[in-house]
Design a protein around this ligand. Structure first.
Ligand SMILES: Cc1ncc(COP(=O)(O)O)c(C=O)c1O
Length: 379
């Protein structure tokens, strides 16, 4: 039986020649410019146009994009930022690294994204920003968060790291917040073979500051004059040229991911009574970086798939406020039951665009077989 890995080694195989040529071209170029050159500027322009965004600033990773925006928003010591209790570490660490406090709010039980009502309850006079994150299949309720941020007079940072290509009410992910971020790491919907990210913003002040902060506080005009205490969060020229090339194929790859998700959801919807719950059907406000279902016997399902050569992945095994690094910063005695439930039940299935129909069917068959076996009466 052939292996169907969760992280496929041939993700960039069809662009192998292009990548090798670019390494040669950039590596041997006269100007020896490996970061923040013309290719990065062209990539930023192409992304900006494709999104209809006011500005895009490419940087070192999605994580550093979050930190750059928090700093550009002036968030620091003594401030609070409301973040989801379920999600990736940078949601908490980026806040802590600017000296502020992440205030964890629970998530929606099925959608697993920050619940606006829970977020509203966590707003205090010290709150400076709300930072909802789109999760594996579903965008956060950005219209509600925009209202909430407005009413509370706080900033709205949209963690759209995993949601590139998704739209809600016709507005692309990343454009709902005063600033949004993307991550281009490997398996993301616009992943690449390396680290990278971007800030998207409609605010010229945020854009200017982020541009300076990503390159040691320099303003791009005069070298070695440091106006701000910045950092190194620069973008690689080879990757910029590669992403420019891959941008053309992005809509087709996103469509393929969406079609795989539609197929899975269609197959899994009848399994709810067997303890397997897919994300709700539909394409509005949906992203297809990862296809995550919830399963009552998640670990058994994972083993069942592994025994059939199918890779799966648990993102994430513990709520953020229960992580050793973040627990000391969480509300003492706090409970985040929906985040805990998501961590106990979530399982991500392969969804990369070059999966064949037969492979997609094989994954779905294996999940359905598990449900049938579990339901079979024991004699
Ligand atoms: C919601 C979310 N935000 C931010 C990040 C950080 O992106 P990066 O890995 O590029 O630093 C991730 C990474 O998976 C993520 O899932």
């Amino acid at each position: 039986m052939s292996e169907l890995p969760f992280f496929p080694p041939d993700l960039f195989a069809e662009d192998r020649e292009v990548l090798l040529d670019l390494i040669q071209e950039v590596g041997l170029s006269r100007d020896q410019r490996f970061i923040l050159g013309e290719r990065t500027a062209d990539f930023e322009t192409a992304l900006r146009r494709s999104l209809g965004a006011r500005d895009v600033i490419a940087c070192g990773s999605g994580t550093s994009a979050l930190g750059l925006v928090l700093r550009a928003m002036g968030i620091g010591a003594g401030d609070e930022v409301v973040v989801p209790a379920f999600g990736c570490a940078p949601l908490a660490s980026s806040v802590l690294r600017v000296g502020a406090v992440p205030v964890f709010a629970d998530v929606h039980p099925l959608h697993m994204v920050l619940d606006p009502d829970q977020a509203a309850r966590r707003i205090s006079p010290r709150t400076k920003a709300i930072m909802p994150a789109h999760m594996f299949s579903i965008m956060a309720d950005m219209p509600r968060f925009a209202e909430l941020a407005d009413e509370a007079g706080v900033r709205l940072l949209e963690d759209s790291a995993v949601a590139q290509g998704a739209t809600l009410q016709g507005v692309p992910a990343g454009l709902w917040g005063e600033a949004g971020v993307f991550s281009f790491v490997q398996v993301k919907s616009f992943g690449m073979p390396g680290e990278g990210g971007a800030v998207v913003t409609r605010d010229p002040g945020i854009a200017r500051t982020v541009r300076m902060l990503r390159n040691h506080g320099q303003d791009g005009r005069q070298r070695f004059v440091h106006h701000l205490v910045g950092q190194n969060s620069r973008f690689d020229e080879i990757q910029a040229a590669f992403q420019l090339h891959r941008l053309r194929g992005l809509p087709a790859r996103l469509e393929r991911r969406a079609a795989i998700a539609d197929y899975y959801t269609n197959r899994f919807q009848p399994l709810a009574d067997d303890g397997i719950v897919p994300p709700p059907p539909g394409r509005e406000g949906r992203c297809y970086y990862v296809y995550s279902l919830q399963a009552e016997r998640r670990d058994e399902l994972r083993d069942h798939l592994a025994a059939r050569g199918i890779g799966s992945h648990v993102y994430y095994p513990a709520p953020l406020p229960k992580q050793p690094a973040f627990a000391p910063h969480a509300a003492p005695g706090g409970e985040w039951p929906n985040a805990q439930r998501a961590c106990d039940r979530i399982l991500a299935l392969p969804i990369y665009p070059h999966l064949t129909d037969a492979e997609v069917e094989r994954v779905a068959d294996a999940v359905c077989e598990f449900a049938r076996l579990r339901m079979a009466p024991t004699s």
